[in-house]
Design a protein around this ligand. Structure first.
Ligand SMILES: Cc1cc2nc3c(=O)[nH]c(=O)nc-3n(C[C@H](O)[C@H](O)[C@H](O)COP(=O)(O)OP(=O)(O)OC[C@H]3O[C@@H](n4cnc5c(N)ncnc54)[C@H](O)[C@@H]3O)c2cc1C
Length: 320
């Protein structure tokens, strides 16, 4: 029988601390629990994760810890099995993960294991009560209201749409969960991280993004890095420049890249194609620098400067 609790599956960074995205999915789960009843519980999966469990206990009444050598590598196949087993053991009705690369990998498999219906990339509730959900389709041009018809439900939430949960009044209980998972069919080969002094793109308060207007690969670091360094900003890019091989694809902002919502987004030499705008239109303040005033980026920009970027950016930098 299905219970009524909400199980949030935490995501840890390479340093084994919970990612901010997890706190946003806990915030969603709390709001969902207020509508459906039940407790919010957090599942943390990995090896040597006692520290993560401790810090997550500040946010939920119960933290379930699946700590085992076989879970050292974040394989979707094994993590989804653990998530599904913990869901049943915790008498959950809803499983929640942040719609990050990891969440998008694990949650659908957990849904399949549970025979659950799923709504992905949820951005809010569609009514004052109940579990109607809002999610974007068509590159964010249409927002649809959906309901999951199955008793068991799996939801991924868009991190930029929810605040990070604040710590609760008392630390939650930490309980160990013994996993019984079959030998994975996939093998973890390695993790190639991009070392950067800059903030993480999806967490940054300021993002400086560049597009094809920069003309050639060498101009990207030459023009944008000094500005990003001055502002303490993360660097982003359009797909056009990623496809051209100017920058690595983890810098891509948009429908098929990362969704960001910083306080300040600077779009430099970017036309504002809908697929790019889908990844940045939630930013609080958008500034566009483009030499062509008719470009669609100016429709979403709060401040626009129609000027050659090779003049405007050095001038801006000098003034900063
Ligand atoms: C299925 C699909 C998914 C996609 N996903 C994404 C995605 O996730 N992210 C994404 O970004 N795109 C995505 N795209 C691609 C998208 O449609 C655009 O092609 C891309 O965003 C354009 O990038 P751009 O703005 O850098 O280049 P362009 O559209 O070529 O724009 C360059 C801009 O630079 C300006 N410019 C030129 N010279 C100067 C100068 N000297 N000074 C100032 N301005 C100048 C021009 O006026 C122009 O506006 C996707 C496309 C498809 C079909």
């Amino acid at each position: 029988m299905t219970g009524k609790n909400i199980l949030v599956v935490a995501e840890l960074g390479p340093d084994k601390t919970p990612r901010k995205a997890t706190l946003t999915s806990i915030e969603f789960a709390r709001a969902a629990a207020a509508r459906t009843g039940g407790d919010v519980r957090v599942l943390v999966v990995g090896e040597g994760i006692a520290g993560a469990a401790q810090s997550l206990a500040a946010y939920a009444a119960k933290v379930i810890v699946a700590d085992a050598p076989v879970l050292k590598a974040p394989l979707a196949e094994t993590y989804a099995q653990v998530a599904a087993q913990a869901f049943v053991a915790q008498e959950a009705a809803i499983l929640v993960m942040a719609a990050t690369s990891h969440g998008k990998d694990v949650a659908p498999r957990a849904a399949a294991n549970l025979g659950a219906g799923m709504a992905s990339d949820v951005i809010g509730f569609s009514g004052p009560s109940g579990l109607g959900l809002k999610r974007p389709i068509q590159a964010g041009n249409i927002i649809v209201d959906v309901e999951i018809a199955t008793e068991r439900k799996v939801i991924t939430t868009r991190p930029t749409e929810f605040n990070a949960a604040s710590a609760g009044p008392a630390a939650g209980e930490i309980v160990a969960f013994n996993v019984a998972i079959s030998a994975p069919k996939t093998t973890y080969v390695g993790f190639a991280s991009v070392a950067s002094e800059r903030p993480e793109l999806t967490d940054a308060r300021i993002v400086v993004s560049g597009g094809r207007g920069l003309k050639e690969a060498g101009n990207f670091p030459k023009i944008l890095e000094p500005l990003a360094d001055k502002l303490g900003a993360a660097l982003g890019a359009t797909r056009a420049v990623v496809d051209a091989g100017w920058v690595p694809n983890d810098m891509q902002v948009g429908q098929t890249g990362k969704v960001v919502a910083p306080d300040l987004y600077l779009a430099i030499g970017i036309s504002g194609a809908i697929q790019h705008v889908a990844g940045m239109k939630g930013s609080k303040t958008i500034v566009a620098i483009n030499k062509d005033g008719d470009e669609p980026i100016f429709q979403v920009a709060d401040y626009g400067l129609v000027q050659d970027l090779f003049t405007a950016v050095p001038e801006l930098l000098a003034k900063l």
